[in-house]
Write a protein that binds this ligand. Structure first.
Ligand code: AHG
Ligand code: MN
Ligand code: MN
Length: 342
């Protein structure tokens, strides 16, 4: 791996090529997927930045498969990604939070050996109030025979991902991704339209600073979840309290904790007994990133990346971030005895 100094100007394209060189067997197809995703991210960033000026704020009349009202930008971001990715010849199918079934590659285009799963716009309820939103993506290798991707290709446990990442459309636009060789962050320089390496080899602090959880569901949590939250707040056990930060966009809450240290929790509750967040294109990609940065992600019972999916849009409880904080949740929620600190 080439050692970059603070002054070197490293575009995401150059970084992808250098990473590819570490895999002599690489064909360049995965690199192509990442290039195309970076292009789609720039196009979505452009739309998000000007949403308040063009008539693309607000909601449509339709609901997605999740039963959620689709924001205009949800649909626009979805179309941008599908159109940017469907003709490159590297994918055999896609799956999106905004579409009920698998998105097949049109007959006119070549099929490749990868599947892309994505949340085109995360945190979309925040668009109209100018709070950061994001895009989340996951790439797995096709495991079925034949030309086109199938549901079985999509329903692989997260540990089988070959790449994952997110884009955060915040005070600056950043793309963070991993191919299993560390997690790396790139900041978009709008003056030249390039993502430049700004956060090589991100490492999440071992001990968290922030707790990100929506407390308004407290009455709906079970006693174990309540106990975990009380420990994070220093109301129970011997931990010092974490600072509370909750934006309501998973990508924004996750990114702050990835850089500053902390835990994001979206527990199961009586209203959403399986959790709210989607396993395949929200929890899995962020779990791959956080593990590559030295953190952890569990669903309360097991490591997120080991969950065997059974449905495309299945939901999961999520506890993700700094190791010590996630371990605490895992211990309490699985009923393990307290660790006695010597
Ligand atoms: P999406 O906009 O893709 O549907 O995701 C919204 C998710 C996630 O971004 C965020 O963490 C969570 O919804 C917030 O849920 P609550 O409003 O229930 O806290
Ligand atoms: Mn989302
Ligand atoms: Mn979404």
């Amino acid at each position: 791996m080439v050692k970059h100094t603070a002054t070197s100007v490293v575009t995401i394209d150059r970084f992808i090529i250098e990473e590819e060189r570490n895999h002599p067997e690489a064909t360049g197809e995965l690199s192509g997927v990442l290039y195309d995703l970076a292009l789609a991210a720039k196009m979505i960033a452009n739309k998000v930045r000007s949403a308040g000026l063009a008539d693309i704020l607000g909601a449509t009349e339709n609901e997605n498969v999740q039963g959620e009202v689709q924001q205009k930008l949800d649909i626009m971001a979805n179309e941008i990604i599908v159109k940017a990715m469907d003709h490159g010849g590297r994918l055999c199918a896609m799956a999106s939070e905004e579409e009920p079934g698998i998105i097949q590659i049109p007959e006119a285009f070549k099929c490749g050996k990868y599947c892309l799963l994505f949340d085109p716009l995360d945190g979309s309820s925040n668009i109209d109030v100018n709070v950061p939103v994001g895009t989340i993506f996951s790439v797995v290798r096709k495991i079925t025979r034949g030309r086109h991707g199938e549901l079985e290709d999509m329903l692989q446990p997260g540990r089988r991902q070959v790449a994952a990442g997110y884009v955060i459309y915040g005070s600056s636009t950043m793309m963070v991704y991993t191919t299993g060789q560390g997690a790396h962050g790139f900041t978009l320089d709008p003056s030249i339209g390039e993502f430049l390496l700004s956060h090589p080899n991100i490492r999440i602090p071992e001990n968290g600073r922030y707790l990100s959880v929506n407390d308004s569901y407290e009455q709906l949590w079970d006693d174990k979840v309540r106990s975990v939250m009380r420990r994070y707040k220093g109301l129970e056990g011997d931990r010092s309290p974490l600072s509370r930060r909750y934006v309501g966009s998973l990508v924004a809450d996750f990114h702050r904790n990835l850089l500053g240290g902390g835990i994001f929790a979206y527990p199961a509750n009586r209203k959403t007994p399986k959790g709210k967040l989607r396993l395949l294109y929200e929890a899995n990609p962020l779990a791959f990133i956080v593990e590559q940065a030295g953190g952890m992600a569990c669903d309360g019972a097991q490591r997120v990346l080991d969950v065997q999916p059974t449905e495309l849009h299945q939901r999961t409880p999520l506890y993700i971030g700094s190791k010590t904080d996630v371990e605490l949740a895992q211990r309490v929620l699985s009923g393990q005895p307290e660790l006695v600190v010597a």
